[in-house]
Design a protein around this ligand. Structure first.
Ligand code: 13P
Ligand code: SF4
Length: 304
């Protein structure tokens, strides 16, 4: 990508000057993922690395809830979100008041909340989960019932992996809910069965029923890198396949392309601008920061 070179060069120089680190989600565009990102990964790894970093400035090449999580774990650091409009349909589906009502309706039932939520929602929760650790975290909770919110499809998948009774909410990811079981069956037919289908647990149940493997974006990556299937269909945001294809030249990626409009708001230009001005900064209301940190840290402690 030669026309990106001046921007990449300027970003990497400013990163050194500002002692900044760029965390990029697996759905970021290749020209960000493979050039200026210091740490790349799924939501769980980005939260872990945000908790460990000794940088003064954190730039989140991802979406707003990821930057909020980084701020909650590092209240004294500058956390930059290159485009404040990079949201998430799951985070928008539930409010702190909704969680308070759920607690009244299900007294004593632990509330496990997906990291794809606002800090206010996290602060009302007992623990956070990601798609990479949802089953493990939920299994670690007391009792045989759990509220797994706000993603109805992640909750259904968790319910299929645990004996606990799982209650949920009606949120969904606008990217993953667009896939369908018949669409996957048509791909299998097109390639006469010679295809490995890997799906994200934010997909509806009929999609997951057609998949050979279900996991978070990091688990998808591990599966592809470990097993080197001949032909793969990644049922998730399609930049993920572009990023994986770079390091797995022997794997053929079939690419149905569902893009996340929020992830796409992050560009090399707005990363450079945020590092230049140290704006826009993500701030978290002091009244919720401790509660949100407690829920995230409880999650990070599981499996350590
Ligand atoms: P993971 O990378 O944790 O699997 O999350 C996927 C996602 O949709 C993030 O917004
Ligand atoms: Fe949210 Fe879905 Fe986009 Fe992830 S892919 S940020 S869950 S809308």
């Amino acid at each position: 990508w030669p026309f990106h070179a001046p921007l990449v060069h300027a970003i990497n120089r400013l990163k050194r000057e500002r002692n900044a680190v760029i965390l990029a989600h697996n759905y970021q565009a290749p020209e960000i993922f493979h050039t200026v990102a210091d740490i790349v990964g799924d939501s769980l790894l980005l939260a872990r690395k945000a908790a460990e970093t000794d940088a003064d400035v954190i730039v989140l090449a991802g979406v707003h809830f990821m930057a909020e999580t980084a701020k909650v774990l590092n209240p004294s650091k500058v956390v930059l979100m290159p485009d404040m409009g990079a949201g998430c349909s799951l985070a928008d589906s539930i409010t702190a008041a909704d969680v308070r009502l759920l607690r009244q309706r299900y007294p004593g039932v632990p509330i496990a909340t997906y990291v794809n939520t606002s800090a206010e929602v996290k602060a009302e929760s007992d623990v956070c989960i990601t798609s990479g650790n949802a089953v493990e975290v939920i299994e670690s909770l007391p009792g045989d019932e759990v509220l797994c919110i706000p993603d109805q499809y992640l909750a259904k998948w968790v319910a299929s992996q645990t004996k606990k009774k799982v209650y949920t909410w009606n949120g969904s990811c606008e990217v993953h809910e667009r896939f369908s079981g018949p669409q996957l069956a048509a791909y299998r037919q097109q390639f006469k069965g010679d295809i490995t289908i890997i799906a994200h647990p934010e997909c509806p149940p009929d999609v997951l029923a057609e998949a050979d493997f279900v996991g978070s974006t990091a688990k998808m990556q591990d599966y592809v890198e470990g097993k080197q299937p001949r032909r793969v269909l990644l049922i998730t945001e399609c930049s993920m396949a572009d990023n994986l294809a770079v390091n797995n030249p022997g794997v053929e990626f079939v690419r149905p392309c569902n893009l996340c409009p929020h992830m796409r708001k992050i560009t090399l230009s707005n990363i450079l601008s945020s590092l230049t001005t140290l704006e826009p900064r993500v701030e978290v209301d002091p009244s919720v920061i401790d509660g949100a940190r407690r829920a995230v840290e409880r999650m990070l402690a599981v499996g350590k």
